[in-house]
Design a protein around this ligand. Sequence first.
Ligand code: SF4
Length: 371
Amino acid sequence: MMTDTPYSFLLQNIKTEPAFREIAEKVTAGTRISSEEGLYLFEHAGLGLLGTLATLVKERLHGKKAFYIRNFHIEPTNICIYHCKFCSYAHNKTGETWEMSLDEMLETVKKAPGDMREVHITGGVHPTFDLEFFSTLLQEIKKLRPGLHLKAYSAIELDYMFEEAGVSIEEGLKILKNHGLDSIPGGGAEIFDPEIRAQICDDKAFGRKWLEIHETAHNLGIGSNATMLYGHIEKYSHRIDHLEKLRSLQDRTAGFNTFIPLKFKSANNEMSYLGEVNAVEDMRNYAVSRIFLDNFPHIKAYWPMIGKQMSQLALSFGVDDLDGTINDTTQIYSLAGADDKNPVINTKGLIKLIEDAGYLAVERDSWYNEI
Ligand code: SF4
């Protein structure tokens, strides 16, 4: 049944491919698409159709709003016990090493401008930075800045610190929550498929452990983000499998705030020979993610990773959040060859970026409450 929407014209014109028509009608009606349909979009749909459908989903949720936050990063160390082949960040790839002391990290917090709402804390998995160290860090930051949202430690870092401390996931998360943890970032998910994971990061936590940590966090009232590393050796079927696992978990807990596709960057790592996927593939990936993850409220483009202009374009492919003003406190993507060697943008610049793309810039807090 044809629905009368601004997209009716589009649907009427998808006559040559009944499969596209069926998917487009489902998306227009707000009905969930299947994994097979998601895969079909990845494999066959053109950029125009994907952009139109993803924009429909996004604007149904948020209208013309595009969100940003004032935040900064702390990367405690790039020393890491793991050897992920795609990583350009850990000391074993760069030779460059840093370990921040508690005092140095607290100094970073003290120096951060007073209007910052969130600090994002993540780094390598250091052999001796333990649960006590990271709990103390949270507690001391909260003492300095009680209103600052603490989004800290990827599931991979959590897995190691809980194992070392001999506590269960639930016990460990409760300890961190009691010390001030507000939410956890989405890093470390990579691609859940065990065969792909074995080829790109065989010595770190399994995908199912990542999912278990996030599910436990959600059940304790700790929100989180989700990511997917794409554009390396994975196939579209692995991306859909990954998205399906996230969608199922979100059905159970509704604890994810946002989904952030992370593009494989090829500089300075053991998988450099692969090169990188192009901007068209980036946009297709954002769009299919937006269409498929019907229970995720937000899709974020992390501008230090794809660059400011591509982030602007992503707003027309399902993205509604450009992350934050950040400052130059993150090196994760500059070490991996991102165009922005010094990822910094002030609030005015971010607002202009969004408005120049035809959207309304809306400042948010970490829970997406509008400021
Ligand atoms: S991706 Fe993370 S866990 Fe893997 S080597 Fe790099 S810093 Fe360590």
